[in-house]
Design a protein around this ligand. Structure first.
Ligand code: ATP
Length: 378
């Protein structure tokens, strides 16, 4: 049993040592790091509209700089990689206190596969109802009361246009054929964009994945983050999404890849029950959002392949199921006994289909806003 995270470095990564995770020795030959919001831009990329005018307080209180004009939605064929493998570059961009090397993002030779299969953005005709898209009649959720607790909770929105998520993400919402936010999204997205911690209780299939992915992707696209530490073999994701099972993690990864398409934000999934080497290779190519099952994540932390030091967003999905499956010790270890920033320095989002007492006892110590949507048979 290892005694410390830092001591646990092991050369298990497949590939040569020279390809290791960002050691200082490799740094000198690497070109400058490119932040996600600049990675897929053509030099003449257009500016973004966004809908900032209607945003007002939620974004303002979050103090997120660079709210508009960040995402061009430009094509990946553009010369977007100034760095060999962005995950392992030291030196950073300099200026503006911005992006350093942090083990994130799309690397040099990587080409982002279009997760939609085609690149058409439906503008209106093809989009009919949410039900046609997902098979779920979200209108039936509309009359379910949603309770919120906490002080000065930002009000819900009725449309995605009311939220300034950025053009690239808005394009992906259109590609997903999401017409309007589901109730849980209406409430949680403004709360999360305001930088608040959140516990949301809503039933399966209510659209929770987008509810936590949109603010995370938007936040990473727009955020300013410190430089990644030098001389370490670990990767430094900015967001961590923990889910109890491989299936759910893969499902979240698939969705998150769609939402982050052409945003420059890279999503990687790790889960147990499968050899670790391929996942290590994937991590080495850069990661902004890490989707993980608890056991495999603890393994990677013990091997010092992942550092949580730069985590700014933590989302726990199906928190009730995680408790049922006995993952509380792993979650506590991840949240309390690693280098993850404490509450206040990171944003925590907790999602659960049910709201048992155990959840309240176990998790609510770091949550200030609770949103509760009653269950309804549809
Ligand atoms: N605003 C939206 N408009 C239309 N479809 C949506 C919207 N949000 C989510 N969906 C679709 O609804 C389905 C259910 O969403 P999702 O899987 O995120 O729900 P969930 O609450 O996370 O469910 P689970 O608990 O099973 O993970 C998915 O097919 C998703 O693409």
């Amino acid at each position: 049993m290892r005694t410390s995270w830092a001591d646990a470095v092991e050369n298990v990564a497949s590939g040569s040592e020279n390809n290791g995770a960002g050691g200082a020795t490799a740094a000198s030959s690497k070109p400058a790091y490119v932040p996600p919001h600049l990675r897929n831009r053509t030099p003449a990329s257009g500016q973004v509209a966004g809908s900032a005018a209607s945003q007002g307080s939620a974004l303002a209180t979050n103090d997120r700089s660079g709210q508009s004009g960040q995402t061009s939605g430009s094509r990946w064929a553009a010369p977007r990689y100034e760095n060999g493998r962005s995950g392992y570059v030291t030196g950073g961009r300099g200026g503006g206190g911005g992006w350093g090397n942090r083990g994130g993002g799309w690397g040099g030779r990587d080409v982002e596969v279009n997760p939609f299969g085609n690149d058409d953005i439906d503008t209106s005709e093809e989009i009919k109802t949410e039900q046609e898209n997902s098979g779920i009649n979200f209108d039936a959720y509309e009359d379910i009361p949603v309770e919120t607790s906490g002080e000065n909770v930002p009000p819900p929105v009725n449309t995605f246009a009311e939220i300034d998520l950025g053009e690239a993400l808005n394009n992906n919402i259109r590609r997903c054929k999401y017409v309007k936010p589901t109730p849980v999204q209406r409430y949680t997205i403004p709360i999360s964009l305001a930088g608040r911690d959140l516990m949301a209780c809503a039933q399966t299939g209510s659209g929770k994945t987008a509810a936590f992915c949109f603010p995370i992707i938007s936040g990473i696209m727009r955020g300013q983050f410190p430089q990644r530490p030098r001389g370490t073999r670990a990767v430094f994701p900015l967001a961590l999404i923990i889910s109890p099972t491989r299936e759910l993690s893969c499902q979240i990864h698939e969705e998150a890849r769609k939402f982050s398409y052409q945003t420059g934000v890279k999503v990687v999934v790790v889960y147990g029950g499968t050899p670790i080497n391929q996942q290590l290779r994937e991590l080495e190519r850069g990661v902004d959002i890490l989707v993980a099952t608890p056991g495999r994540l603890v393994d990677l932390l013990e091997r010092a392949k992942v550092s949580l030091q730069m985590i700014r967003y933590l989302a726990l999905d199906e928190a009730d199921r995680m408790l049922d499956m006995g993952f509380e010790p792993q979650i506590r270890k991840i949240v309390e006994q690693t280098d993850m920033p404490p509450p206040g320095e990171r944003q925590t989002m907790l999602f659960s289909a049910t709201f048992p007492k155990e959840i309240q006892v176990c998790w609510l110590f770091f949550i200030s806003t609770v949103l509760y949507q009653k269950k309804k048979e549809l």
